[in-house]
Design a protein around this ligand. Structure first.
Ligand code: GLP
Length: 242
């Protein structure tokens, strides 16, 4: 399988390496794919630091985020739009109209998914896509069972995902039941992919993604079929594969 895998001993080294991977691809005209969640928070902090030190500029870069919860206004602090502003965009020189994320406030989520998909093919595909992984192997919000040829769509989140993402919502019941996500087909169009995973809760998903036959039961297993994947793991997440 054509992927490169690195295991990091410290979170700082992990975050710095992830930021450097992205920074090396921040160049005029680049289209970057970004992910949310706890895993890349440190990577964004390091990217902001690189910008502060004058080492990178996002002025001529465009970005696409993977997903957003249906029903959350971009101003809602629990939205992924707010996450991106808070962790990266307010700290760097990206133009306000150069970053894209599905709108959780759109009156018709299906129509919004179709609009976002059109935009993706118009401006993309992305050069470099950062991905996290769910404990159930999801990428973006492509839950187990999602066909590999699916494009941007509205998804019904699994209970496991709502449980895992309950933090800012207070309870899994309060997590929106639906989301808009780029599909696996979109993700696979990226020229290069960086998959990040931290913590023991990801070890089994990583093991299955890399060791089992690719299939929709473990969405991240599709990455075995991509020509250029880099995987950064901490020691806990690497428990099943090294
Ligand atoms: C969330 C996001 C994914 C993210 C994953 C892992 O549900 N939709 O894009 O990669 O789950 O999140 P975390 O890094 O918080 O474990």
């Amino acid at each position: 399988m054509p992927y490169t895998l690195k295991v990091f001993e410290s979170e700082e080294a992990f975050d710095r390496a992830a930021a450097e991977w992205v920074a090396a691809r921040v160049r005029p005209g680049a289209v970057l794919g970004f992910a949310t969640g706890n895993t890349p928070v440190g990577m964004y902090r390091q990217l902001a630091a690189l910008h502060r030190r004058g080492e990178i500029s996002f002025a001529a870069v465009r970005t696409f985020n993977l997903d957003e919860y249906v029903g959350l206004d971009p101003a809602d602090p629990r939205s992924y739009a707010a996450y991106m502003r808070e962790h990266l965009f307010r700290w760097v020189d990206i133009a306000p109209d150069a970053w894209h994320i599905p709108s959780g406030a759109a009156p018709d989520p299906e129509e919004e998914a179709a609009r976002y998909d059109r935009l993706y093919w118009e401006l993309g595909p992305v050069d470099a896509q950062v991905l996290g992984i769910g404990g159930n192997g999801h990428i973006g919000f492509n839950e187990p069972g999602t066909p590999f040829d699916k494009t941007t769509h509205v998804v019904e989140l699994t209970w496991q995902t709502r449980l895992a993402n309950a933090g800012p919502f207070g309870s899994p019941e309060a997590v929106p039941a639906r989301a808009i996500t780029l599909g696996i087909r979109n993700i696979m169009e990226a020229r290069e992919i960086l998959l990040l995973a931290k913590g023991a809760a990801k070890a089994e998903a990583i093991r299955r993604a890399l060791r089992e036959e690719p299939g929709p039961g473990v969405p991240a297993s599709v990455l075995q079929l991509h020509p250029k994947v880099t995987i950064y793991l901490d020691q806990e997440a690497a428990g099943g594969v090294v």
